[in-house]
Design a protein around this ligand. Structure first.
Ligand code: URA
Length: 247
């Protein structure tokens, strides 16, 4: 999206209506920018602004789409489940894009999930070579002691091999329960749950709070937002794509 583009032009380019038709759509109060109804066709929109018509997000025709979802528990990370279970696609605004998730969260894990139609960026972000860091907050059974925390930080040996060094912090402790913050640069299946079980502290609840340069911020559970241009640039940087092509 061009910086500061007029709303009716944006809608016309996105195929909502002709430019004249888009003016009518705007004037009739059917268009919202970042959640606020806008009735002036000349209103300018920029990259990162969320434009919706009748409550449905409209994506610009060119460029890629990037969304963050705060995934609730109980949803499978897939856009289509043959078994008919609830999926993250159910939480997602309908768009004409073929979005897919960058990596997965277990059905019972909550938190930050990136969805995009940018295959190259997604591929790189998931590739071990780029060591994209993911931060999780886990509520666990029991209180890990210093030896447990050191073991997690150094690496523990799971059935599929040793884990790479991680950052670990005991955030809170209570009666028979604790909160641990863990940052890993790998993405093996159920890795955080397996690491914590390995040191004798099974996970009760797990949430991802950061993915590379992205953080959840104040996004509510079940809600989505589009990435800002700065966030897309930071992701491209994390994937070794900075300075190449679009930002
Ligand atoms: N590690 C896990 O164990 N589960 C997730 O969903 C993500 C990381």
């Amino acid at each position: 999206m061009t910086e500061g583009e007029r709303l009716q032009k944006f809608l016309a380019r996105a195929g909502v209506a002709s430019r004249r038709g888009a003016e009518t759509v705007i004037e009739s109060g059917r268009v919202a920018v970042n959640g606020t109804v806008v009735t002036q066709p000349g209103t300018r929109v920029a990259a990162g602004d969320v434009v919706a018509v009748d409550g449905k997000p409209v994506l610009p025709p060119e460029g890629h789409a990037y969304f963050v979802l705060n995934k609730p528990a109980g949803y499978v990370t897939t856009m289509d489940d043959p078994q008919g279970r609830a999926t993250v696609a159910d939480l997602f605004p309908e768009t004409s894009r073929r979005l897919f998730s960058v990596g997965r969260l277990d059905r019972d894990t909550t938190g930050l999930l990136l969805l995009t139609d940018d295959g190259e960026l997604a591929h790189r972000l998931m590739h071990p070579r780029f060591h994209v860091r993911k931060t999780y907050v886990a509520e666990v059974d029991g209180v890990p002691d210093d030896a447990d925390l050191r073991a997690l930080a150094r690496g523990v040996t799971l059935d599929d091999g040793p884990t790479k060094p991680a950052e670990v912090e005991l955030v809170a402790e209570g009666a028979g329960v604790a909160t641990v913050r863990l940052t890993i640069a790998e993405g093996r299946k159920r890795q955080v749950r397996r690491m914590l079980s390995h040191v004798g502290h099974p996970v009760r609840a797990l949430t991802r709070v950061a993915f590379g340069p992205l953080t959840l911020g104040t996004l509510e559970e079940g809600a989505t937002r589009t990435l800002s241009a700065a966030e897309v640039a930071a992701l491209r940087d994390a994937a070794g794509l900075s300075g190449q092509g679009e930002a």
